[in-house]
Design a protein around this ligand. Structure first.
Ligand SMILES: O=C(CO)[C@@H](O)[C@H](O)COP(=O)(O)O
Length: 214
């Protein structure tokens, strides 16, 4: 079932350790099929090297397992809360990436300091603490993320959303890179924060001008 989405979600999960966004079994990626609303998600607590397109788990929006022998990610309900609240979201990523999470443990949002914030939606807002694995954290993600593609949750890590699993994965990589640059800059001074006007300009640049146009 949903072979193409299984493969995309598997590949995106593998991009997390490849980009040093997770350690051991932490983190997860899911994708939602626009036709059926079924969600493909990583199984819980399985080493990345043991993942395959076939052992991704398919759940419905109520969390029932539709296909798969393994238990889905502990964060499944969190992803589902977001998918139920946001019909425009078709992919979601969770990481504990180091630099971004260091802002989360300080209780600080990540400031928009580079033009790549145009891929993220500006700075990365901070959500309140909520234990992993339930609806509460999903509601906090929905409430805080607003028009952004990313949020950091206090003392926990990063959640990103997108038009696809691949898009949300790209955002997760860019969040970590911007957090690292902000962190390094803050060691040596006070970084210049982009203005709302500059954020609009770079966001529009990525949407309208960046990449191949056919
Ligand atoms: O945040 C947590 C636990 O702190 C989880 O997201 C784990 O990082 C990954 O859980 P699984 O997806 O393997 O269940």
């Amino acid at each position: 079932m949903l072979q193409a989405l299984r493969e995309e979600v598997y590949k995106c999960n593998m991009l997390l350790p490849e980009n040093d966004l997770v350690k051991m079994t932490s983190g997860n990626v899911s994708g939602r099929d626009p036709q059926t609303n079924l969600v493909v998600i990583k199984p819980s607590g399985v080493a990345y090297e043991k993942l395959s397109p076939e052992n991704m788990v398919i759940v419905d929006l109520d969390g029932n397992v539709v296909e798969g022998d393994l238990t889905p990610s502990i964060d499944t309900e969190t992803h589902l809360v977001v998918y139920r609240a946001r019909p425009d979201v078709f992919g979601m990523v969770h990481t504990h990436s180091t630099y971004a999470t260091s802002f989360a443990v300080l209780g600080q949002p990540i400031p928009p300091v580079t033009t790549t914030c145009g891929l993220i939606g500006g700075g990365v807002p901070l959500g309140r603490f909520a234990c992993f694995g339930g609806e509460t954290i999903g509601h906090e993600v929905v409430n805080v993320i607003g028009d952004s593609y990313a949020v950091i949750m206090q003392s926990h890590g990063v959640f990103t959303i997108g038009h696809s699993a691949s898009h949300a994965t790209r955002v997760a990589v860019e969040v970590e890179e911007m957090a690292k640059i902000a962190h390094l800059a803050m060691l040596r001074g006070k970084p210049i924060i982009l203005t709302p006007e500059q954020i609009r300009e770079v966001s529009s640049g990525y949407v309208n001008d960046y990449g191949q146009k056919k």
